[in-house]
Design a protein. Structure first.
Length: 171
C-alpha cells in the first residue's frame, strides 16, 4: 500500500511504526509482534490487510534461524511459508509452503516466480536474514524491510536507507 495514514488508522491502539512509502510499499514494525509470537504477527497482518483492503506480507525472522511469512489478502491468510518447519522440534526438514506465483502477483512481479521460488526452496542459507533479504529483493520491496524491528527503531538503530523522519509512530 502507499497509504501511510490508512496504515496508522488500521493499527490504532497498538505500539507500532509505519515507514514512508518506498517502491510502492510500507514497512510496519509492531511491538507485540516483535515478541516472535506467530499469532501476534498474524494479527498485525490481518489488521493491516483488512484496514488497507490490500495484500500484506507479515514476516517473522526467529533468532535468524527460521523465516516465516503469511500473505494476507483483505484480512484472509492466502499463503504461508516456513523455512524450517521442524526448528522447534530440533529437526532440519526442508521449507514448507510458499507460493511464488501468489507472492509475485501480490507485489506486481510477474515473471519473477522462478527467482522467488529459488529463494524459498534454497537450503544453504547460513542465516534467515539472508533469505529474507533475497526475498525482499526478488519482490522489489524496500531493502529496509529486512532488519527493521520495533526495538531497533525505538533505539534509533535504523536499517540502511531509512531515516528517523521516514517513520510515523502509531498513537
Amino acid at each position: 500500500s502507499d497509504d501511510q495514514a490508512a496504515a496508522l488508522r488500521s493499527l490504532k491502539g497498538r505500539s507500532a511504526y509505519v515507514t514512508r512509502v518506498k517502491d510502492g510499499a510500507l514497512v510496519v514494525t509492531d511491538k507485540q509482534a516483535e515478541s516472535q509470537d506467530a499469532d501476534a504477527i498474524r494479527e498485525v497482518g490481518e489488521l493491516l490487510s483488512t484496514g488497507l483492503k490490500t495484500q500484506v506480507l507479515a514476516v517473522l525472522n526467529h533468532d535468524d534461524d527460521m523465516l516465516w511469512y503469511g500473505l494476507f489478502d483483505n484480512g484472509r491468510l492466502t499463503d504461508e511459508y516456513n523455512s524450517s518447519p521442524d526448528y522447534f522440534d530440533g529437526g532440519e526438514g526442508p521449507p514448507t509452503g510458499g507460493d511464488a506465483r501468489k507472492l509475485c502477483a501480490a507485489f506486481g512481479r510477474a515473471g519473477s516466480e522462478s527467482k522467488v521460488e529459488s529463494v524459498l526452496q534454497k537450503q544453504d542459507y547460513v542465516v534467515a536474514m539472508e533469505r529474507h533479504a533475497d526475498l525482499v529483493e526478488a519482490l522489489g520491496l524496500p531493502a529496509f524491510a529486512v532488519g527493521c524491528g520495533f526495538t531497533y527503531v525505538e533505539e534509533g538503530e535504523l536499517p540502511e536507507g531509512l531515516a528517523a523522519g521516514d517513520l510515523l509512530q502509531v498513537k
